[in-house]
Write a protein of this length. Structure first.
Lengths: 309, 604
């Protein structure tokens, strides 16, 4: 299966490392929004991927139709994502956040919203794929170690820079600010937070906004990676996002980052080193998912007891 | 809350209206263009609806059914086209394959919380598709199983409407009796409160797996019919959107009665057909309209009509007059359990071991030691009060005894038998019944059904006796009902027997919990604040009742803040403070105990 000549080629190895990290960074940013909302609210938001898809289209509209530069597209997409997520909170989640509602209801309502969003996108943009305009980035890649060396595209560089900035910013928000403290308090216990005078609904709205901003950033970043924007792009990344979140432990922010990078690397290396690797690539996320559920249901970094059945 | 319910009522009218209009439109369309394809599709979808119903009705959100449908479809396609079996033989084989796969997936996943089930079943559906795509020799790969890949069943569209009607009728027969059986009650109990179900002796993991496998088998059968209706299949037929469709049949139609998902499948099959006929397919928005309506309906139903469109009052058909002669005073369902004989003392045997023994039991949560090195023995036939200030570890201790938590250190023995680490349902079967400080009744069941669930472990029936209508089934069910009525009579609850448990007052609900726990015929009964929410008269009656239980040979542990009640009924009192036992003595001595006084009133 493995091509022997490739194994001994260091440039090829480094090249795949770079590609894998860029891919993994996108997965991580996407999964961060997922895991943040789960960690704080105990909700699996299956509309996160549709938010992400709509953000990619919003970025496409800003850059292709309005001819704006990439940075404007990125910021517009992030803002759009934040607003969509806040709307979702009001429409699909807040009405269910009362006593007596079944635990599974939010997941079902998010599925409902998600299929509405996907079919609206199909009606608006047709099922055909869209591409970012070619001018947004310099198409000439950077070379490390001469033209025979490792190739890094400007898109990949941007992906890595933007994701690092976002991860640091999220870490700062959660650990160092008053808002972050309130978010952690709500995550620990909504009741206790309310008794301490925290406006829980406000904190939840902020959390959704932040989750949506991350989905927006991921939408642009994946556009830079694959340049392939379509209504079905959400479902492709959704399952990967879930696998990453499980891998890192549901609700665990550092876990999502490491899990995302890991999945990106494993996928890239599978394609690079195995015949028919691209056929199996899609299965990797799920194989990881099942193995983790079998062996360490709390994720690689989880400590809490997950077995509540 | 009020407006929410009003919106729900209107939503139900709108959805029934939509169903009526689209049925009418479909009827007109059908007379002009009679073909059975849409009818067959409805019947297959109804079968799929029943497959998701089993899991939803057990409180499981599974998105695996599209995957199982694919496994059923491909198994049958291979068996018919490549092996040469007839359709009617491939059906049970394909169902068997789905059942085995369902068990293999369910065993690891159903031990975890519901969120993991939803996520992993979503992944499962995709894995099935990846396997199909990557095995072209067996399945036709990405091209699909059709004539070009060596599946010559294209012209043999073997699925006939009568087969589907027959199969659906068969399923309805199974569901009708399942709902009225021990298994059906257990599944519903798990959905409503899995914790309480476990302490009633119901093996939650087993029944979750059973429901999951049943769901897989039914979805597989639907897949078989689907393959032979279309005549060619493709992995894209079983995408995540299919799983969502199937989920919608259940959620929209209703998750409390088997007719719900059939109704849901009807609405979601006929509506797109009639919309297509009305709007055509030229405008993009209109081709998306059925999906948008589907999503919108899903969202609105979950918020405004939880439980779905079709929710017959469960209580109406149970509102049968209770025959006085039917009420058991001293009938036991099974011979080996001690009968509930009124008044007669069953004193402790002379050489009695303590019934319950705790040896150095410790349980910590994070840095907090909730139960700290506690040891005691409770002899048979006494009433033991368990008191202590709030947060002193009383309820944690009960949760340790009933297996909800396991101790970090120490051993717990029941009649000399080590029960440390056993799961709650086994501990319940060994003879420990309990009630909860925060009432945990099965709110959507009647008072009578709640108590019958308590008989679960002693009703000797199974799915075969249920579905074959063996005499044993009716006898056992009747006995359980009689005995449950007897228990309700003893607790003065007979008048409420056919009312939903949630409609009762606090004090009455506490007594239903006691009746439900007694239905286990427990050697040891643990009551967690049974008098909370009761008035003085009710409390006095409760005290009297607890004393009656003692006379009948029950051993009872009571947690209570009504100190009068404790002093009145207890033979012995154990006092906890900060997770430690600070006293165990007869009531009079405990009242004098300096440490106890200090714990309650502080140091002088």
């Amino acid at each position: 299966m493995v091509d022997a000549s490739l194994l001994t080629n260091p440039v090829y190895l480094l090249q795949n490392l770079v590609d894998g990290l860029a891919r993994g960074a996108v997965y991580a940013v996407f999964a961060l929004g997922f895991t943040l909302i789960f960690g704080v609210l105990d909700i699996v938001n299956l509309a996160h991927a549709s938010t992400f898809m709509w953000c990619a289209f919003a970025g496409w509209v800003v850059m292709s139709l309005l001819n704006m530069p990439l940075i404007v597209g990125l910021l517009a997409s992030m803002l759009f994502g934040g607003l969509v997520a806040v709307v979702l909170e009001f429409v699909a989640f807040r009405p269910l956040r009362q006593e007596g509602a079944e635990r599974l209801s939010p997941m079902i309502s998010s599925i409902g919203v998600s299929i509405i969003m996907v079919s609206l996108a199909e009606a608006a943009f047709s099922a055909q794929t869209k591409k970012f305009p070619s001018g947004v980035l310099d198409p000439k890649p950077l070379y490390i170690g001469g033209t025979d060396g490792v190739r890094v595209s400007w898109g990949q560089l941007l992906i890595v820079v933007v994701s690092i900035v976002l991860m640091v910013a999220l870490g700062y928000l959660i650990r160092r600010t008053r808002t972050g403290m309130a978010i952690r308090a709500v995550a620990y216990s909504q009741r206790a937070a309310r008794l301490l005078g925290i406006n829980v609904n406000r904190v939840v709205v902020i959390t959704f906004f932040v989750g949506g901003v991350l989905a927006g950033a991921a939408g642009i970043l994946i556009g830079l990676l694959t340049n392939n924007i379509s209504p079905s792009m959400g479902s492709d990344i959704e399952l990967r996002g879930l696998a990453v979140v499980i891998l890192g432990g549901l609700g665990n922010i550092e876990g999502a980052v490491v899990g995302g990078l890991l999945l990106g690397l494993v996928e890239t290396f599978t394609i690079a080193y195995f015949d028919q690797g691209s056929d199996y690539k899609d299965a990797i996320a799920f194989i990881i998912l099942f193995l983790i559920l079998l062996i360490r249901p709390n994720g690689l970094f989880g400590r809490q007891e997950a077995n509540r059945a | 809350m009020r407006t929410k319910r009003t919106v729900g009522v209107y939503l139900r009218y709108i959805l029934y209206g939509l169903l009526a209009v689209s049925l009418a439109a479909y009827a007109i369309y059908f007379t002009q263009n009679p073909n059975v394809n849409d009818l067959n599709r409805f019947l297959i979808n109804a079968i799929l609806g029943l497959s998701i119903f089993v899991t939803l009705n057990t409180g499981l959100l599974s998105l695996a059914n599209a995957g199982f449908m694919a496994i059923g479809a491909y198994s049958s396609a291979i068996l018919v086209a490549k092996v040469g079996l007839p359709l009617f033989l491939s059906l049970p084989l394909a169902m068997l394959i789905c059942g085995i796969v369902g068990l293999l997936i369910g065993l690891p996943v159903l031990r975890l919380t519901d969120v993991y089930l939803a996520i992993s079943t979503l992944g499962f559906g995709e894995i099935v598709r990846v396997i199909i795509v990557t095995t072209p020799d067996l399945t036709g790969g990405a091209t699909g199983a059709n004539l070009s890949t060596g599946f010559p069943f294209e012209r043999m569209r073997q699925t006939e409407t009568w087969m589907l009607v027959l199969f659906l009728a068969f399923l309805i027969y199974l569901f009708y009796w399942l709902d009225r059986s021990k298994t059906g009650r257990a599944l519903r109990a798990i959905r409503q409160n899995s914790g309480a179900a476990a302490t009633m002796g119901i093996n939650v993991v087993y029944y979750r797996n059973l429901a999951f496998v049943m769901s897989a088998v039914i979805a597989g059968a639907a897949g078989v019919f689907y393959a032979h209706q279309i005549g060619s299949i493709d992995n894209n037929d079983f995408r995540f959107s299919k799983a969502v469709d199937i989920l919608s049949y259940g959620v929209l139609g209703g998750t409390t009665h088997w007719f719900g998902p059939i109704l849901g499948a009807g609405l979601l099959t006929v509506l797109p057909v009639s919309l297509r006929e009305v709007f055509g397919t030229s405008v993009a928005f209109f081709t998306q309209l059925p999906v948008i309506i589907n999503g919108l309906a899903l969202l609105l139903v979950v918020i405004f009509l939880p439980g779905g469109l079709f929710q017959p009052s469960r209580y109406r058909h149970k509102e049968m007059p209770i025959n006085e002669a039917e009420i058991a005073d001293d009938v036991a369902v099974s011979k080996e359990s001690p009968p509930l004989v009124e008044g007669e003392a069953v004193g402790p045997p002379a050489d009695a071991l303590p019934l319950l023994e705790l040896h150095d039991v410790t349980r910590t949560f994070g840095g907090i030691t909730a139960v700290d090195n506690i040891s005691f023995g409770i002899p048979q036939g006494i009433i033991c009060g368990l008191i202590g200030p709030n947060g002193s570890g009383k309820t944690t201790l009960l949760n340790l005894i009933t297996g909800i938590y396991h101790p970090n250190r120490g051993r717990i023995l029941l009649s000399g038998r080590d029960i440390t680490g056993l799961p709650p349902h086994l501990i319940a079967k060994l003879g420990i019944g309990r009630t909860y400080q925060n009432i945990r009744l099965f709110n959507d069941m009647t008072v009578l059904e709640n108590v019958v669930v308590g008989h679960h472990a002693r009703i000797k029936t199974n799915l075969f006796t249920t579905w074959l209508r063996l005499p044993q089934e009716r006898r056992q069910e009747a006995l359980a009902r009689q005995e449950a009525l007897g228990l309700l009579k003893r607790l003065g609850l007979l008048g409420f027997a056919s009312q939903p448990a949630s409609k009762l007052s606090y004090g009455d609900q506490r007594r239903v919990e006691i009746a439900r726990a007694l239905a286990l015929h427990p050697a040891l009964l643990l009551l967690d604040e049974p008098a909370a929410g009761m008035n003085d008269v009710e409390t006095a009656l409760l005290a009297e009742f607890i004393l009656t239980l003692k006379r009948q040979g029950y051993t009872v542990v009571v947690i209570e803040h009504h100190i009068d009640l404790i002093m009145q009924v207890s033979n012995e009192i154990i006092v906890l403070n900060f997770g430690k036992k600070i006293a165990q003595d007869v009531p009079v001595e405990v009242q004098q105990n300096a440490q106890v006084v200090e714990a309650y009133f502080g140091q002088e």
